[in-house]
Design a protein around this ligand. Sequence first.
Ligand SMILES: Cc1cc2ncn([C@H]3O[C@H](COP(=O)(O)O)[C@@H](O)[C@H]3O)c2cc1C
Ligand SMILES: O=C(O)c1cccnc1
Length: 384
Amino acid sequence: MSWESDLTAEAAASVIEETVAAVGPLDEAAMRDAREHQARLTKPPGSLGVLEDLPVRLAGLAGTCPPPLPEPAAVAVFAADHGVHAQGVSPWPQEVTAQMVANFLAGGAVVNAFAAQVGATVTVVDVGVAADLPAAPGLLPRKIAPGTADLTLGPAMTAGQARRAMAVGIETARDLAGSGARCLLTGDMGIANTTASAALIAAFTGLPAERVTGRGTGIDDATHARKVEIVRAALARHALPAGDGDTPDGGTEYGLRVLAAVGGFEHAALAGFILGGAALRVPVVLDGVIAGAAALAAAAIAPDAVAACVAGHRSAEPGHSATVDHLGLRPLVDLELRLGEGTGALLALPLVQSAVRVLHEVATFDSAGVSGKGSGQSHGMITE
Ligand SMILES: Cc1cc2ncn([C@H]3O[C@H](COP(=O)(O)O)[C@@H](O)[C@H]3O)c2cc1C
Ligand SMILES: O=C(O)c1cccnc1
């Protein structure tokens, strides 16, 4: 057995505390500059639709206009196993988690193909894979434990484990940003993690289990019914909000308690990764339902962390739509993907980069000598 994350729970608590303290609101002055600059660019106002709001928000995040181009980009794929797998919630054997990690490291997965297409690096973080993984380039060995405990029988992890996993995510964000990444993308691998995601989403949104529990990698009706029942029972067992739309105020202790009760090590690490990116004021492009569940935890802990998040895509999992609605985020890509690994975030990356590049490179009406709206009558131009 390997217990490779050497941070103590106390050290993790202080890393979390200083990170949460560093997460702050968007800079209004930089956003105003971005809006004013955008109004002068050689295009009809509003013509870039959703891609107009995004760079304004990223200017607010960076505190400067234009914000830095979100490149180079780095995906962190947090991998872990789940005790709830024993309840038959996924048709796939648990070994697939470790086998897919090997596939990521060999460059053979969809995440690798998509990352190559957009020039992003892929780092795999073992935060709780059941099997021992051999050392390999591109693999960060940060195992908290070989899989969580079964959330139907008790808490999935201890409070200390949840803190340590969260600190692994924070440190991963710091390390990638420290190596030059200007855009962080979330990735995940963990057979059965859509069950834990559904439980987290129900707990943080107050929606009922049947609304937020999907078919994951593909399950039949009977298995889906059992999965919904497992999520419902877990919420009751752990005294978490379930279905009444009412959720407690949040805070670090509450966020960690929910993660420890029904989350996975990758969820806790992803929540830390999001908080870490937000604290560094680096945008974090979220993948699908697993990342969304983690973002809900991050938002419960530090509401301003959402300002750093870009919803890369809309996952086919029902809980994901509920999640982005709850967070007030609009997914950029909607292609019925339900893979995970970071694939939906990677597809969105060129959109995020293009939107920011507009503020850097597009000429203004003045600089390009292009007439503004309403100034064309004297030339006989058609105006509205
Ligand atoms: C070959 C394979 C590759 C994957 N890549 C991502 N996932 C995705 O599916 C899993 C969650 O679905 P469930 O909760 O139904 O088990 C996660 O590992 C997720 O990242 C995969 C799943 C499989 C089988
Ligand atoms: O939304 C996702 O990321 C997802 C959906 C199903 C299975 N794995 C991941």
